[in-house]
Design a protein around this ligand. Structure first.
Ligand SMILES: Cc1ncc(COP(=O)(O)O)c(C=O)c1O
Length: 398
């Protein structure tokens, strides 16, 4: 069937026309197409914990196969409340303050659609996890970008203050941060919180890497949730997920917690977007949330080892490397390779060298800001990192 161009144009909404498909997910498809070692999209290539898989399989066998309560199975919400009390010292009412979503991806967009009206402004630190820009478009928010500057990815307090005004509805914080690996200090978070209180703004905080932290010699690296800060519980939506902490990105189980008035709006949006997350996997989620502290300590140790395996390779291969304090990505500068931009470099790396990464421009509002950066992930088996290393070192001698 042929459809004329003007008609085809009318078939697609203005909203959907304003953003592209995810560059990160596209890089995974490119890696598969060219047989490249995939250090682009952040998903582990090693198995999920055995006992967690068993809990999921048992749930299906036990016939937990129908819709869960739309905002989450009770046992799972109870276990989230227990874990949040244990790790963040925050008391949550699972009946009114927790919503289980299809990954944190759904959590963030549902929170924004529940809270933001078209034309209201949302402050986004840049570089940012690429979903936040389409999230802003879909929810009608006007993004106000504030730079995080290398090498420490700190923000200028004056610049942040200048981004807040009477139209500011919220700020998005991603901590530990993707793509930079930055872990915000208490002082930085207090500054953000003070602006939220002053301008009566909300905070949407994406904390899916909360358990992936690396020690530093010069200062402590701790996860502090914005919701823990004074006066912030009542204006914060914490977005979290099983994806990264339990190495199950394909399960699509996440959750948000927020005060009751926000949670009830968020639950309505969530209900009509997805009805709910996979019921048997929520049963397994309740098991995961009750894992002992050693599980999380081991998780960080394992990622530290992987970080310290990839980092010197990238340095030796010629990248300018920004050492992450958290999450499982390394942001790099590619100035020394002399490529026109990050996209040309990434294509070269995938096709000629055989390693996939993510072009830096996908983390910025304007492509030129990321034109000399690319991001690698290291949530991979030793063999995968070794194979990548062998190829990356060839890049140096090219
Ligand atoms: C900062 C951040 N938020 C959200 C997501 C998506 O997570 P989920 O699988 O929970 O939807 C990712 C995935 O890479 C991420 O890095």
């Amino acid at each position: 069937m042929t459809t004329s161009a003007p008609t085809r144009h009318r078939h697609v909404s203005a909203k959907a026309s304003r953003f592209t498909e995810s560059v990160i997910r596209e890089m995974t498809r490119e890696a598969l197409r060219h047989g490249a070692v995939n250090l682009s999209q952040g998903f582990p290539d090693f198995p999920a914990p055995e006992d967690l898989k068993r809990a999921a399989a048992e749930a299906i066998r036990d016939d937990v196969n129908q819709y869960a309560i739309t905002w989450g199975a009770k046992d799972f919400r109870d276990s989230i409340a227990e874990k949040t009390r244990r790790y963040l010292n925050i008391d949550l009412d699972p009946e009114t303050e927790i919503t289980v979503t299809c990954g944190s991806t759904e959590g963030m967009i549902a929170a924004m659609m529940a809270c933001v009206d078209p034309g209201e402004e949302v402050v986004i630190f840049e570089p940012f996890y690429e979903n936040y820009a389409p999230d802003a478009i879909l929810s009608g928010a006007v993004p106000r970008y504030v730079p995080l500057r290398a090498p420490d990815w700190t923000f200028d307090p004056e610049e942040l203050r200048a981004a807040f005004n009477a139209k500011t509805k919220a700020v998005i914080v991603c901590n530990p941060n993707n793509p930079t690996g930055k872990v915000f200090t208490r002082e930085e978070l207090e500054f953000i919180a003070a602006l939220c209180r002053e301008f009566d703004a909300l905070c949407f905080t994406d904390e899916i890497y909360e358990h992936i932290l690396y020690p530093r010699a010069d200062r402590e690296v701790n996860h502090i949730s914005v919701a823990q800060l004074e006066g912030m519980r009542e204006r914060t939506v914490v977005v979290n997920s099983m994806s990264k902490t339990y190495s199950v990105t394909g399960w699509r189980v996440g959750y948000c917690f927020a005060p009751p008035h926000i949670t009830s709006a968020l639950r309505k949006v969530h209900d009509f977007l997805t009805v709910g997350a996979a019921a048997p996997l929520q049963r397994a989620g309740a098991y995961a949330m009750r894992l002992p502290p050693e599980y999380y300590e081991q998780l960080s140790r394992d990622y530290l080892r992987r970080r310290d395996k990839l980092l010197p390779v990238l340095e030796e291969a010629g990248f300018r490397v920004f050492r992450p304090d958290g999450a499982y990505y390394i942001m790099t500068g590619i100035e020394r390779f002399g490529f026109r931009d990050d996209v040309a470099f990434t294509q070269h790396l995938i096709r000629e060298v055989g390693v996939a990464c993510v072009p830096g421009s996908s983390f910025y509002s304007r492509a030129e800001l990321g034109a000399q950066q690319v991001r690698f992930c290291f949530c991979k088996k030793d063999e995968t990192l070794d194979a990548a290393a062998e190829r990356l070192l060839r890049l140096r001698t090219r």
